[in-house]
Design a protein around this ligand. Sequence first.
Ligand code: DOR
Ligand code: ZN
Length: 429
Amino acid sequence: MIIIKEGRVIDPKSGTDTVTDLAIDHGKIVKLGPNLAKEAQASPHCPGYRLIHARGLVVAPGLIDVHVHFRDPGLTYKEDIQTGAKAAAKGGFTTVVCMANTKPPVDNVDTLEYVLAEGRKTGIHVLSAAAVTIGMKGEALTDMERLKAHGAVGFTDDGIPLKDAALAKRAMEEAFRLHVPISLHEEDPAFIINNGINQGAISRQLDIGGSPALAEDSMVARDCMLALHTKAAVNIQHISSANSVQMVGLAKKLGANIWAEATPHHFSLDECAVAQHGTLAKMNPPLRTAKDREAIIRGLEENIIDLIATDHAPHSAEEKSLPLAQAPSGIIGLETALALAITNLVKPGRLSLPQLIKKMSLNPARLYHLEKGTLSPGADADLVLFDPEESWTVGTFASKSSNSPFIGKPLQGKVKYTICSGKIIYQDC
Ligand code: DOR
Ligand code: ZN
């Protein structure tokens, strides 16, 4: 049994935001209320009893990241499922959804079962999406029904777009029939000269062709309408442009079951970071203008953007030391996500802590139909305890990779404990 004493318990599902105790037993939340520690101590001998003093800490449902790349199988020099899970736990995440762009991709049952089996050896819940198309080639749909039957929680060709509109429509129809979300990486290569860098002032300074907002906007426009017509649960991944946010807002108004995620880097940085951090600020879709960044924050405030997801994309130091145009896109994100959100959204008064937790736990659970994201008695004991005031400087990582533009940056908000299925899987010493 674990008693968490006098924490600020925030549960967006029940609307709870109060200082109280919380009791965990046999992997479940059993009780909330005052003086639970006294009750537990008075009760007969209780093996494994642990008291956590949580005064000053927020006690929230474990964070859920619907967008991670654990690179396993095939690219484990960047990350593997064990190290990815450790990075997740350190960041306060108890559930993650792995993307399918491994080597080979998760377009077949064997690879899917490998990922899920390795995931079960970690302390967190490692779920996996499967690819929409065979080999992620954008030509033929995978056997989505069979992949779902073997544990795929959703479908995505993340990393690349579905260029063929008719195929995208069929994939959405199948996702709707199977009652699973389909997540889309929205960048039309027809308009991209170099990916990872916004086409604009900075790309011109650096004499790089870049990737214009049009590449995203044109695909988001198409997929908003496909979502509306197919009724599928469509998740626009790592939204990066102001126009895309507006379009998702319109599609929601029209009645589409459309969702959007924003990454911590897209709400924390703009294209100027490329001049400062080079390849560590290169990602797909790219960091765009200050106006786009502001539109993303407004989209989060107005609930057009439902989710915060990291797009945790580890790459080796060697790969990231290549010239800007050749280095791979992507940065790690699991260990800095909560602090970036507290520093850049909560402290400036753009989101409240309950609103933030909703976007990092309850809404991801809803999109994937997971019975998670809440602290009600009976729920799985997946929790994060964090100090929203503590300042720290980004330094070392549990991830195998350290491709982050936030190294050396002071942030506010520190994860103190991560508890998954009733077990303490991370503790800040
Ligand atoms: O920057 C990115 N990197 N964006 C993606 O969508 C994929 C990811 C990766 O796999 O490295
Ligand atoms: Zn992506």
